[in-house]
Design a protein around this ligand. Structure first.
Ligand SMILES: [Zn+2]
Length: 119
């Protein structure tokens, strides 16, 4: 009798994404939701602008560790605060357009120290 998903990526027992063993054999410690968070007041966000292809400006926020901060959540807050689109990738938050001042204000409102310089 053939299995429904034979030969497809679903044809595997669920495995742990940390030890790669089947979940039934995994003995990894339980995941802690916020293991290494650092208070915003102890961090400095660096803001700059970068010019992309076709002359488009993006505002880039770096210097915030992705384990010490929930960058996805922070990215969403900054996008809302600036009314801009953006992405979070490789520990960087990018906002479309020149959002340096608005993003800096929003970060400071959360409690982050900031250092801003246009690129
Ligand atoms: Zn595991």
């Amino acid at each position: 009798m053939s299995r429904l998903f034979a030969g497809t990526p679903w044809d595997r027992p669920p495995t742990c994404d940390r030890c790669d063993r089947p979940e039934s054999e995994c003995s990894c410690p339980p995941r802690v939701s916020e293991p290494n968070r650092i208070p915003p007041a102890e961090q400095t966000a660096r803001l700059t602008t970068e010019r992309r292809a076709k002359g488009k400006l993006v505002t880039v926020i770096t210097g915030l560790d992705s384990e010490a901060n929930d960058l996805e959540e922070l990215g969403t807050r900054l996008k809302n605060a600036c009314g801009a689109g953006g992405t979070v990738k490789d520990g960087r938050i990018e906002l479309q357009g020149d959002r340096l001042q608005a993003a800096e204000k929003a970060l400071q409102a959360i409690g982050y120290r900031t250092r801003a310089a246009r690129g």
